[in-house]
Design a protein around this ligand. Sequence first.
Ligand code: H79
Length: 444
Amino acid sequence: MKHHFAKALTFLAFAGFLTINVLGQEGYVPSAENLENREWFQDNKYGLFVHWGVYSIMGGGGEQGIAEWIMERKNIPVAQYEKLPGFFNPVEFDAAEWVSMVKKAGMKYITITSKHHDGFAMYDSKVSDYNIVDATPYGKDVLGLLKKECDKQGIKLFFYHSQLDWHHPDYYPIGRTGKEIEGRTQSGDWDSYIEYMNTQLSELLTQYGDIGGIWFDGMWDKPDADWKLSETYALIHKLQPGALVGSNHHKMPYPGEDFMMFERDLPGENSMGFNNTGISDQVPLEMCETMNGSWGFNIIDQNYKSVKKLTQTMVRAAGYGANFLLNTGPMPNGMIQPENVDTLMAIGQWLERHGESIYGTRKGPVIPQEWGATTQKGNMVYIHVLDHPGGTLEIAGYKPKIKTAQFFDDGSDVEVKKTKEGIILTLPKEKLQDIDTVVVLELK
Ligand code: H79
C-alpha cells in the first residue's frame, strides 16, 4: 500500500514537473500596453506574412510543395546547405517599395521570418555568424531596413521565429524532422540551445525599437522537450511588455501567449488535420494562408488562389473574429512575385471600398455559415453574403432589433422579415456582388 502511495506521489510530482516545464508563464498578467496592442491587433485585421531566407534561392528545386523546407525534404547536408548564404544577394530589395505595397494592399502589419527551421538568421545577429550580415555578399540587415520603413509608413512589424533548428549544434537531441540530414549534430547541450534562442530573441527585441510581437513555430518538432517557455516568454514580456507572443504549436494558448494562430485553416475547421484543439475565447485569433501552395518562393508553383477566394477567406476569418495573415515568398532578388502583387492590389481595392465592414469589427452574432459570415462594430452588424444564389436567405436563431437594413454597396433598403426562428432577408439577384454582398444592419 505504502509503496503504491509513494509511487503515486512520485508520479504526481513528475506530472507537475512536466506541466511546469511544458506550460508557459504561470500567473502571467498581460501589461496594459499588451492589452491595448491586442485591441489594436483585432481592429487591424489584415497583415502580410513573409517567408524569406536563403532557401528562396532554390525556389523549391523544381518541385511543387517544397520551399523553406528544402533542406529537410531533399536532405541537403548541413555543410552543403551552408554554401547557400554565399549566393544570397537580393540587390533588388527595396524596403520602401515593400511597405508601400503593404499599405496599398490595406494591410496593417508584416510578420517576417527572422529565422526559419534552417536556422539562418535574416538579421544582424551577434551570437552566430550564420546570418545575413556576416554570411551573404549582400551584407545588409534586411529586417532593420524593413523596420525603419515600417516605422516611417505606420506599419507594425512582427517576427516569425523558429524554435526548431536544423543547423544549430546544440539543438540536441534532434526532433521528429530532419533526421536524415547529413551533418546534423550528434551531441549537444539543450540548455545552451535555449540560451542561444533567448539571446537571438533579445537581439530582435532590443535592436529595432518597438516590435509588434513574436510568432513562434516549430515546437511540435520536439513535443516532449523542456522548452522553458516561461523563461522565454518572461524575457520577451520584460524587454517589450507590449509585444504579442503567439506560437503555432496547434494547442490551446499557454500562459504568456497573447494570441492564437491557425495555419491555413479557419478557426475550428481543422482542414489541415493538426488544428484540432478548439478556439480560445481569451486571446485574439489569427489565421495564416498562402497565395499559392508554398510559403517560401517556389518557382513552379502557379497554383494561385483567386482574389475572390482569398477575400472571402479573409471575410470568413473576420466572422470568427480572426485576423488574416496572407503570405508571400519574396524572390531571391528581393522582389515580391508580381502575381502576388497583383492579388494584393486587388484585395486592397476591395478593402478600400468595404473596409468599414472588416476593420475595427469583432466576430458577428452569427458564426460563419455556408452562405457567409457576420461581423459587428457597436450597433452595426455586417452580414457578408459570400455564397448564395439570391432570393431569400433565412438566418435562424438570430433575432435582432433592427433600425435600418441596407445593402452596403448602394445604400438601398433590404427587405427583412421577422419569423419565429429568426430573420429572412430578400436578396434580389441584381443586388448580388461577385465577392461579397454586404448587408448592413443598424440595431436599435
Ligand atoms: O512557416 C511555415 C511552414 O514552413 C511551417 N509553418 C508555416 C507557417 C510549417 N512547418 N510544418 N508545417 C508547416 C506543417 C508540417 C507539419 C508536420 Fe507535423 C510536422 C508534420 C509532421 C511534422 C506537426 C507535427 C504536425 C503534425 C505533426
